[in-house]
Design a protein. Structure first.
Length: 422
């Protein structure tokens, strides 16, 4: 210790010791110094980063939400709050408000990590152009910077590792080159930058599409993934230990060198997601090794039912988008792509096979769209039961949607317990 605390009056302090050694910080060479503050305050200001953790907020889709708090293992001296919402798009984040993070503790954030654009590509069956993706991502970033989480010094986007396999073999995203638009979009933004007028914040963009071993002609290495598109801890390590990412996140240099291929810890902190008004904390697909079990149970995996009377509805149903900000219409294929969606209200009754809900004969609780007299209308099973039931059950898709009303159940279905979480 090179000085003692003095009063707050103006004075001259001469430091004769030429070297100040500050643990976990910088070696500083000082000959003489004139100050009007105590020497202890001076050292605190010079080494503020040594003592104050960097508060990082994670926003966006499942690249963020499935991370939990694992970033804390790859970036020294950070404290993470995760408000990512799996399945959300850039379009949805472009409409979000600050209410979405109102439960993320009473704290300000130094850095905001943003993951958007991946679901916009997938929902287009990989047909969207890179220019269109850039516009969507830029709109989301602008809204996050100005309205959702304003005031951070830096906003960071890393993009995505190329998947290790197609998520859906029959979609338009079946080849590595189908993901080029997303990679090109991040390369374009990395080169051109994003400026949000009036924010004064720094926006760092890094294209990580090839970090996990993928390219335009080959998918990524499977060892970095827990399913075709979601990273495991090794994959997050590959993304966040990049030097450019470490610098963007202001990670302290701990001196440790991580070998991402040999780390063996599981993703943690999934139960701490603080986004307001979202579905239950997202449950990632089961990786190897098995990830921690979230606090909110999800539908167990079981063998497909042998009851031929039970099937998923083919009709699109009404639900809320991932942010809970607007009504969208989806089908059971959409649910099957992300099984945790079975936790959303009414979905198990509409997609009983996907959500393991065939044990009970019941009508769909959702409002759905059907074709009647050549035009598409929105109705529910109460409408089917009101009158002309036999006729209405004959409309395409209605019988398997309103199984109870349309007598489409077997006797074995009657009276069974519908609690799928036990």
């Amino acid at each position: 210790f090179i000085g003692r605390r003095t009063g707050y009056t103006s004075q001259r302090v001469v430091i004769r010791t030429p070297i100040i050694l500050v643990p976990s910080c910088t070696i500083m060479r000082i000959q003489t110094l004139t100050t009007i503050r105590p020497i202890s305050i001076l050292i605190g200001l010079l080494c503020k980063r040594c003592y104050a953790a960097t508060n990082v907020l994670l926003l966006g889709d499942s690249m963020a939400s499935f991370m939990g708090k694992t970033l804390e293992s790859f970036c020294s001296d950070v404290q993470v709050k995760n408000a990512g919402i799996g399945g959300t798009t850039a379009d949805e984040w472009a409409e979000a408000t600050a209410e979405i993070i109102s439960e993320c503790a009473d704290t300000s954030f130094d850095i905001v990590y943003i993951s958007v654009g991946g679901n916009d590509l997938l929902s287009s069956d990989c047909t969207i152009s890179s220019a269109a993706l850039v516009k969507k991502i830029e709109s989301a970033v602008e809204n996050i910077v100005l309205n959702v989480a304003p005031g951070a010094s830096t906003y960071v986007l890393t993009g995505y590792c190329l998947p290790h396999a197609p998520e859906d073999e029959v979609s338009g995203c079946s080849e590595p080159s189908d993901y080029n638009a997303l990679s090109f979009a991040f390369s374009t933004m990395q080169s051109n930058g994003i400026e949000v007028e009036g924010s004064g914040s720094n926006i760092e963009i890094i294209n990580s599409s090839n970090v996990c071993g993928g390219s335009s002609i080959s998918f990524s290495n499977e060892m970095y993934f827990q399913d075709p598109i979601h990273l495991n801890s090794k994959g997050y390590c590959k993304v966040f230990t990049q030097e450019t990412v470490q610098n963007a996140l202001s990670c302290s240099d701990s001196g440790d060198v991580l070998d991402c291929n040999t780390i063996d810890f599981e993703i943690y902190g999934l139960e701490s997601n603080c986004a307001l008004g979202t579905r239950p904390s997202p449950t990632p697909p089961v990786p190897t090794p098995t990830p921690p079990v979230p606090t909110i149970p999800t539908a167990p995996v079981s063998a497909p039912t042998t009851d031929t009377s039970c099937s998923d509805s083919t009709l699109r149903f009404r639900t809320m988008n991932g942010l809970g900000t607007k009504v969208v219409w989806r089908d059971c294929t959409w649910v099957n792509n992300k099984p945790y969606r079975c936790n959303n209200e009414g979905i198990t009754s509409h997609c009983p096979v996907t959500c393991n809900g065939c044990d009970t004969c019941q009508d769909s609780e959702a409002r759905f769209k059907l074709v009647k007299d050549g035009r598409r209308i929105a109705r529910n099973c109460d409408w089917v039961a009101t009158k002309k039931t036999a006729i209405r059950c004959g409309y395409e898709g209605v019988a398997e949607t309103c199984r109870d009303t349309c007598d489409a159940c077997t006797e074995e279905d009657e009276g069974r317990d519908n609690n799928i979480f036990e």
